[in-house]
Write a protein that binds this ligand. Structure first.
Ligand code: NAD
Ligand code: WQD
Length: 343
C-alpha cells in the first residue's frame, strides 16, 4: 500500500483527506505539530477507519525532524501539504509568523522531499489568489491579483515557489488545488472543524449561534451588487474536497504527469450569505438570530469557481449539496457540545 505523507493531517481538511486516502487503499502518514488541532482527532480517525493512524508530532519548518520521518517511514510515495496557518486577520497582525510557517515550511518540506527523491506533491492553495475577480466564474486562467492579506500572499508565494521548482528541471511533480470555501464534516460526526475562539468563518458562526454559544450572527453587508445584496461564495463539502486530493495523487502517479498544474476545487455554484442562512434553517429545522450589519473590510463581493478543468482532468465531481454540508456541520456542532459537556 502506497504511503502518502499528510502534513497538517490532524487539521480540518487534512483529517478528512486521511479518511479518503485510507479508504482508497493508501497508507496515510500524518505529520502535525498540533498548533491548530488536537490529538483527539486521531481518536476520531481511528474510530472511522477501524485502525490506528500513524502520526508524527513534528513541525514542518524543522528539516531535521522531517528528515527523521522520511528515514523512519521508508518508501513514501507522495506528500499532501496542508500544514499552514490560515487566519486572515491574525496574518495582518503577525505577518512574520505566517511567512515563516507557510513559506519556510514549504521550502523545508521541498528540500527534504528532494533529498529523499519523493517527487509527488499536492499543495493546498486557495481561491484567495484571485483577489477580487473581474469575471465570474473564475477559471484557472483568471489572473491572480495582489493578495489582500499576508496569509493570501503566502499562498501566492508558495505557488510561485512551486512553479519555479517545476521550471528548474527538478523531478518534482506538483498539483496545487485552489480551494473555494470548505464547509461540513464527515457523516460520522467524529471529525470536523475545531473552532478556536470566536469563529470568523460563516458556517462555524452559524452553527455556534444556532447552538446558543453566540447571541446573533451579523450578515456583513447587504448592499453588494448581488441579487440579494449579500456576498457570494462557493461552499464545497469538505468530503468532496478531500476526495479531490486522492484524485490528484492518482494523477501524479501517471507517467505523463506534468511538473506543475493548478485546479479549482469548488462546486461551481455561488451561494449568498442569506441563502446559506436559509439553507441551514431548512436543512436542520433550527432557527437562529441574525441581523444585518456593515460590510467586513477586505471582503470579496462575489466569487465562485469554474470547475470544468477539475471535472475533465481530475474526474472531480461533487456528490454532496449545500444542505448536506450544512446538516453535517450542525451534527458536528452538536457532537462538539456533547464532548464539552462530558469533560
Ligand atoms: P487547519 O488549521 O484545520 O489544519 C492545518 C493543520 O496543520 C493543523 O492541524 C495544524 O496543527 C497543522 N500545522 C500548522 N502548521 C504546522 C507546522 N509548521 N508543522 C506541522 N503542522 C502544522 O486548516 P485547514 O482548514 O484544514 O486548512 C488546510 C490547508 O488548506 C491550509 O494550508 C490552508 O491554508 C488551506 N486552505 C484552507 C481553507 C479553509 O477555508 N479552511 C481554504 C483554502 C485553503
Ligand atoms: C464567507 C461570507 C462574509 C462571517 C476566508 C478566507 C479565505 C479562505 C476561506 C483560506 C463572507 C460572510 C462571515 C459572519 C458574515 N481561506 N460572513 N458573517 O471570507 O470567503 O474566506 O475563508 O484560504 O482566504 O479569507 O470566508 O467564511 O469568512 O465568509 O456575513 O459572521 O460570509 O462576509 O461574505 P471568506 P468566510
Amino acid at each position: 500500500m502506497s504511503k502518502i505523507l499528510v502534513t497538517g493531517g490532524a487539521g480540518y481538511i487534512g483529517s478528512h483527506t486521511v479518511v479518503e486516502l485510507a479508504e482508497a487503499g493508501y497508507t496515510p502518514i500524518v505529520v502535525d505539530n498540533f498548533s491548530n488541532s488536537e490529538e483527539r482527532v486521531l481518536l476520531g480517525l481511528s474510530q472511522i477507519l477501524g485502525k490506528e493512524v500513524i502520526c508524527y508530532k513534528v513541525d514542518c519548518t524543522n528539516t531535521a525532524a522531517l528528515q527523521e520521518v522520511f528515514s523512519k517511514e521508508e518508501n513514501i510515495e507522495g506528500v499532501i501539504h496542508f500544514a499552514a496557518f490560515k487566519a486572515v486577520g491574525e496574518s495582518v497582525a503577525e505577518p512574520l509568523k505566517y511567512y515563516h510557517n507557510n513559506v519556510a515550511g514549504l521550502v523545508a518540506l521541498l528540500q527534504v522531499m528532494e533529498a529523499n527523491q519523493v517527487a509527488r506533491l499536492v499543495f493546498s492553495s486557495s481561491c484567495t489568489v484571485y483577489g477580487v475577480p473581474e469575471k465570474l466564474p473564475v477559471t484557472e486562467e483568471t489572473p491572480t491579483q495582489k493578495a489582500n492579506s499576508p496569509y493570501g500572499n503566502t499562498k501566492k508565494i508558495d505557488e510561485e515557489i512551486l512553479r519555479d521548482v517545476a521550471a528548474s528541471g527538478s523531478s518534482l511533480r506538483t498539483i496545487a488545488l485552489r480551494y473555494f470555501n470548505p464547509i461540513g464534516a464527515h457523516e460520522s460526526a467524529l471529525i470536523g472543524e475545531l473552532p478556536l475562539g470566536v469563529p470568523s468563518n460563516l458556517v462555524p458562526f452559524i452553527t455556534q449561534t444556532a447552538a446558543g454559544i453566540r447571541e446573533s450572527l451579523t450578515v456583513f453587508g447587504t448592499d453588494y451588487d448581488t441579487p440579494d445584496g449579500s456576498c457570494i461564495r462557493d461552499y464545497v463539502h469538505v468530503v468532496d474536497l478531500a476526495k479531490a486530493h486522492v484524485a490528484a495523487i492518482r494523477r501524479l502517479e501517471k507517467a505523463e504527469a506534468v511538473p506543475y498544474e493548478v485546479f479549482n476545487i469548488g462546486t461551481g455554484q455561488g451561494s449568498s450569505v442569506l441563502e446559506v442562512i436559509h439553507a441551514f434553517e431548512q436543512a436542520t429545522g433550527q432557527k437562529f438570530n441574525f441581523k444585518t450589519g456593515p460590510r467586513r473590510p477586505g471582503d470579496v463581493p462575489a466569487i465562485y469557481a469554474d470547475v470544468t478543468k477539475a471535472t475533465q482532468e481530475l474526474g472531480f465531481k461533487t456528490s454532496l449539496s449545500l444542505k448536506d454540508s450544512l446538516g453535517s456541520s450542525w451534527a458536528w456542532q452538536q457532537k462538539l457540545m456533547t464532548d464539552t459537556s462530558n469533560k
